[in-house]
Ligand binder design. Structure first.
Ligand code: FE2
Ligand code: FE2
Length: 269
């Protein structure tokens, strides 16, 4: 079996979305099989690109140039599905990147188990959203998408704790806040396939946020840092967006993100 970090790099260097996610599923299955055998496969080292390979479309635009569409229309719902597909493809790369990028930091094997599982799930999420788009007569790449989603990864390429704070604990936690509203939109439109896909995404994202919190707290413990203070400092340093209420306090709590992590940041911006 190829060392895990090299598998991660291979996924990052695959451009096509369906191919990237197929490779991601294949490597995740190999990893899972080896772990179920009781072995401790090699992590190795890799040379992950600063920007992962991506398909020629969608065209990437600055968020203010991406046209807004009303979710009450079929076009609006396609735009929403397209935006989710784009987020999921980014998430596939983000989870493999956190595996490949920080191999110089000794982490327990469970760290790798968690991110391989997350990457595998993100790959499923991307394909589910692509299937929904295709069933609605569109496809991933048909509309422009947000550039800059990789910004958080670039900004934290040298700081594993910054990465954990900003990606799973801020960005993916934000997903928990907004997904119920999206599910409502598709329920009202009686788009059962999209509702089912979003419900899978919603259930599985809780774990990704929880893994972020778990490994963030692990590293705080290793370095004898106060987790709340450290989290605030890292988000202020690396995150350029806003932490916007309303927060999904219930799901955030389930994922190990207490209110004193996010409320003070929301109030100051
Ligand atoms: Fe996802
Ligand atoms: Fe995720």
């Amino acid at each position: 079996m190829m060392p895990l970090a090299q598998m991660a790099e291979a996924v990052l260097r695959t451009a096509d979305g369906r191919e990237k996610t197929a490779l991601s599923h294949k490597y995740a299955a190999e990893w899972r099989a080896a772990r179920e055998d009781g072995s401790h496969p090699e992590i190795g080292t890799a040379n992950p690109p600063l920007h992962p390979a991506r398909p020629a479309t969608p065209e990437l635009l600055s968020p203010r140039d991406v046209p807004r569409r009303r979710p009450g229309t079929p076009e609006g719902r396609i735009a929403l599905m397209h935006a989710v597909a784009h987020i999921e493809l980014n998430a596939v790369d983000l989870h493999w990147d956190i595996i490949a990028r920080f191999t110089d930091i000794k982490m327990p094997i469970g760290y790798y188990d968690d991110w391989v599982k997350s990457a595998d799930e993100e790959s499923k999420h991307f394909n589910l959203m692509c299937d929904c788009l295709e069933a609605a007569g569109s496809h991933y790449g048909a509309l422009p998408a947000h550039a800059g989603m990789w910004r958080a990864a670039e900004d934290t390429a040298d700081d594993i704790m910054g990465r954990l704070a900003v990606v799973p604990m801020v960005l993916e936690a934000r997903g928990l806040d907004v997904t119920p509203g999206m599910i409502k939109v598709f329920k009202q439109a009686k788009a059962d396939d999209t509702v089912a896909a979003l419900e899978i995404i919603y259930a599985e994202e809780v774990h990704h946020v929880a893994y972020g919190s778990k490994w963030f707290h692990f590293l705080c413990g290793r370095h004898e840092m106060d987790p709340t203070q450290k989290f605030h400092a890292l988000v202020r340093q690396y995150f350029h967006g806003q932490l916007k209420p309303p927060f999904n306090e219930e799901k955030r709590a389930e994922a190990g993100i207490p209110p004193d992590f996010y409320w003070p940041l929301a109030q100051e911006r």
